[in-house]
Design a protein around this ligand. Structure first.
Ligand SMILES: *Cc1c(COP(=O)(O)O)cnc(C)c1O
Length: 444
């Protein structure tokens, strides 16, 4: 797939770079694409080929690549302050960002703690939860409940509350056990019972069994993305909030993938009319420019750490905590949301995209077509095919031939595009996805 100019770079990459989430040997037959430059939704290689970034570069890019507004904000910030430590110091971008995010929750979550990647934000929320209970005099609450099919990152603590067998298995012996409640995935509903109700019953059983030992329940609101875009109703989140209150445990909303407008509202939890005790953000918050993550916490959590005793403080830190460049990018992202009425525009685009995907939705080789906000997913019926395990790789390769960046998860084909598209893009995307799907299914 790579031409003359890309070829050298790819060869050097395969000699020196260990690529993430990849069996490197597979690159012998499907080498990585060498991106030379990018603009808007398009990634370009050095040989003049282009790829439409239909998954927002692993769900981080909200307003296109090399976005003029974010670029200008960063150029301005670069000459003011590139970085300063956040212990004992503060600066305008981190303060303004904390204020703005807090305001977006109606000040329900009034305190922001910063890190650099999603997994760290999850670790922070877990540590803060157990430590808050301990500071409140309850050292027994240090177990966590996570969901079947849940994904929260791949450092050891985050992996401990992740239920993705492929990612967990080699490290099982290193992980601290957590309790796994049933997934509210709407596809699991049995006749006459909603998947939400069944999942809430499962959660309540665990809360009863381990009463007094559970610190927090961690969920991905509305869409469990990494396990294959499993979607559930907002009623599930309302139910989790109610159970957390009843059993006195914290609710952690991991909005790393679903936050920042992805599900249709800025925070996914808004659709359930609830706020969690901790809310984790990363991925889209910096527009896909710089690593930034944060945990927003309620005032009463914050107060549990406020003391003369240094050991009662939250002594967690990362070197690049609250990096001014990353915070400035995030501020520009929030400004774009406001100035361009992005949520309303996404709503209009989403209707057009869903309409354009109708032939695919009704394709007999497709099951479970579903959509939440700016996420579309469906499951290819490839059961019984000998090359099932190879489906994502074959699909991605065919998509690239059709100028599309798409990476199915198992047999789930999904779309998570940036928020800069119009009606014309919807029609083009739908046509290219169908063409890719047809080619892959015919070749099989
Ligand atoms: C991506 C993701 C993470 C981990 O974020 P990293 O920045 O990759 O560490 C955690 N939770 C969810 C829901 C995610 O989608």
């Amino acid at each position: 797939m790579s031409g003359a100019r890309s070829h050298d770079l790819v060869a050097r990459s395969l000699r020196s770079v260990w690529h993430p989430c990849t069996q490197m040997r597979h690159h012998e037959t499907s080498p990585p694409i060498a991106v030379a430059h990018a603009h808007g939704a398009w990634l370009h290689d050095a040989d003049g080929r282009r790829y439409f970034d239909a998954i927002s570069s692993w769900w981080v890019n909200l307003f296109g690549h090399t976005n003029a507004r974010i670029n200008n904000a960063l150029k301005d910030q670069l000459d003011r302050l590139e970085h300063a430590m956040l212990a004992g110091f503060t600066h305008e971008p981190v303060v303004a960002l904390s204020e703005k995010l807090s305001a977006l929750t109606g000040h329900a979550l009034g305190h922001c703690f910063f890190a650099s990647d999603g997994a760290s934000a999850v670790e922070i929320a877990l540590k803060m939860s157990a430590h808050a209970w301990r500071n409140a005099g309850d050292s027994n609450k240090r177990e966590f409940i996570c969901l079947q099919g849940g994904y929260h990152g791949e450092t050891l603590g985050a992996l401990g509350v992740t239920d993705t067998p492929l990612f967990r298995e080699p490290y099982e012996g290193l992980l601290r056990a957590s309790h796994v409640a049933a997934s509210p995935d709407a596809r699991l509903a049995s006749p006459g019972e909603s998947a939400s109700d069944a999942a809430l019953a499962s959660l309540e059983r665990l809360l009863q069994q381990r009463q007094g030992h559970i610190a927090a329940v961690i969920v991905e609101p509305l869409v469990q993305c990494a396990s294959g875009m499993a979607m559930h109703g907002a009623d599930y989140l309302t139910g989790v909030r109610r159970l957390c209150d009843a059993y006195e445990v914290h609710m952690i909303a991991d909005e790393i993938a679903v936050g920042c407008g992805r599900t249709g509202s800025f925070f996914a939890c808004e659709q359930a009319g609830i706020w969690p005790d901790f809310l984790c953000l990363s991925k889209g918050i910096s527009g896909g420019y710089l690593p930034l993550s944060l945990v927003m916490a309620r005032d009463d959590i914050y107060r549990a750490f406020y003391d003369d005793d240094v050991r009662k403080g939250f002594l967690h830190s990362h070197s690049y905590t609250g990096n001014p460049m990353a915070c400035r990018a995030a501020l520009e992202v929030l400004a774009i949301f406001e100035d361009d009425d992005v949520l309303t525009r996404n709503h209009v685009f989403a209707a057009a995209m869903t309409e354009a995907l109708q032939p695919m939705a009704h394709d007999p080789r497709i099951a479970n077509f579903r959509q939440t906000g700016m996420i579309w997913a469906c499951d290819a019926m490839i059961d019984g095919r000998p090359d099932k395990a190879d489906f994502p790789r074959r699909f991605s390769a065919e998509a690239a031939r059709n100028e599309l960046l798409l990476r199915p998860i198992g047999n789930t084909i999904y779309l998570m595009p940036p928020y800069i598209l119009g009606q014309h893009d919807a029609a083009w995307l739908a046509e290219r996805i169908q063409r890719t799907f047809d080619a892959v299914m015919e070749a099989a």
